[in-house]
Design a protein around this ligand. Structure first.
Ligand code: THU
Length: 135
């Protein structure tokens, strides 16, 4: 699938990034199974660890609007190399979006598509919670 349109949305969302401390601007665009698109940007806090990444902003926006089934998420940053989601976002993508296409872009608007399971193999998931031995 040609994800140029989704990458463009992520690049556009990057303009809203509030990267007060890192000056590292990130945008994301999440495509639902029904064809809706939710965008997000990173939003930083003076208490640094409260910062939220662009990917999680987009995912939480979509989930809070009732969306549950997703096809792909595009991520854009002003980087020479493809910008890959952080570990926390990989976990959230795995938990809330399942095995979707992850569309990485770079400064030259090139695109690389990977799957969730490629970026987070052997993931911890809700089924693991059920395997706890009682007691
Ligand atoms: N960031 C994202 O928004 N997404 C990523 O995949 C990597 C990191 C943000 C978090 C922080 O605001 C800034 O980039 C620097 O780490």
């Amino acid at each position: 699938m040609d994800y140029t349109f989704l990458a463009e949305k992520a690049i556009e969302a990057k303009k809203k990034s509030l990267a007060t401390y890192s000056n590292f601007h990130v945008g994301a665009a999440l495509l639902t199974e029904d064809g809706n698109i939710y965008t997000g940007c990173n939003i930083e806090s003076s208490s640094y660890s409260l910062t939220i990444c662009a990917e999680r902003t987009a995912i939480f926006k979509a989930v809070s609007e009732g969306e549950r089934k997703f096809r792909a998420i595009a991520i854009a940053a002003d980087t020479v190399d493809f910008c890959s989601p952080c570990g926390a976002c990989r976990q959230i993508i795995s938990d809330l979006c399942n095995d979707i296409d992850i569309v990485l872009t770079n400064q030259n608007k090139e695109i690389k598509v990977l799957r969730t399971k490629e970026l987070l193999p052997f993931a911890f998931e809700d089924s693991d919670l059920k395997t706890k031995i009682s007691g």
